[in-house]
Design a protein around this ligand. Sequence first.
Ligand code: DSN
Length: 466
Amino acid sequence: MTFTLPAPLDAPAGERARPAAGPAPHGTDLADFAGRAAARLRRTDPALYDLLNRESARQNDTLMMVAASSVADPSVLACGGSALGNLTAEGYPGGRYHAGCGVADEIEQLAIERACAAFGAGDAIVQPHSGSSANLAVLTALLSPGDTLLGLDLDCGGHLTHGSPASVSGRYYRAVGYRVTPEGLLDYDQIRELALTHRPKLIVCGASAYPRSIDFARFREIADEANAYLLADISHIAGLVAAGLHPSPIDHAHITTTSTYKQLYGPRGGLILLGRDARKAGPERGTLAATMRRAVFPFTQGTPDLASVAAKARALDFVAGPDFAELAKRLADGAQAIAERLLERGMRLVTGGTDTHMVLIDLRGTGLTGDVAEEALESCGIVVNRNRVPGDTTPVRTTGGLRLGSNTLAARGMDRGAATACADLVADVLDALRAGSGVLPPAVRAAARARVTELCARYPLPGYLS
Ligand code: DSN
């Protein structure tokens, strides 16, 4: 079968009419449905209902400081519970391979327009199931098995999909890794040298554990010199980029990808964004944007999750709106405050601080490992993740570091003062753990747990409590 994908709709983002909200016919109003659906779940499956309630309570009463997470507005989650999830709709708006997709087309088009508006992008693909799926689509579209790609080494903060041998990206392609300096910083001269030596077809920039700004313009210069495509994976910093608090890669990278559940406060899912190169010729037929659309469907995915697409549309409307800048500023300030206080408390941080939402604690030489610290913090209601730090020889499940993030603290409305209080809690627990040679005294745990509960009550997750 030959797949002919639809041309993108003509009108530029923002110029198309928004569908008007109106009463739902036949008693199908979403809010009523959500209430009935939850009541039905409670009646028919109390065990599962109980587990879901427990998870909700856990999230409300813990300080989520995993840098790769955030909290979606309930209106985002409501999209996932809608009947849209029933729809099978292969293809793209205006060119589906199933009937019954008229409303879905409008929803997907809205998500595309909002993604373009949020990032100043020329085109967007909103169907990837995750950031990893988005990266996989890009890799498979631009590389043949055995081709070379250059990405940040996993041990230096790269992502699995940037060339790790544990993933398709490092197994099916010849992955060359660039590393960071002893201070933990990207070394653009080294990246250029590697690019000119290995002549990768694709250079990947972006990271999972790198707390400093990334110079996307410099990456593009290197990619152009090496005649390579440039992929910017901004999964961790997408909110800062959208808010203008981190330089944007949109017109520097050929392709930008992101997950939507981290700093975009959206659903599980991914996006592919294109800037000035969107309408340039792709590696085979059609434009680069058309190549990317084909790379998602039909090459690496089948039917999209339209409920997730709707949830992305909801989240992206918020990201493009006036209140998001304030949230993004708060998360950047919160991370700064955390870094400053941890340094004052004698902790060693990778790169000595942060430009983003992320703070990486180097535990090596403290007698603690990441796994022990993670577990002790969780027992106090502080949720972080163990992470390797540059030069770490500690096993991957043990690790010599901890990664912290401020996304959810910011969503709770925490200012610098509250973020500093969270940093003090982390430091109190780690200091006591160290003094106890890896055993946390129960009194310290109880005091920290009480303080966490107090902070969570004072800064509740917005919209989650009745
Ligand atoms: N990319 C992974 C991380 O940074 O932890 C999860 O999304």
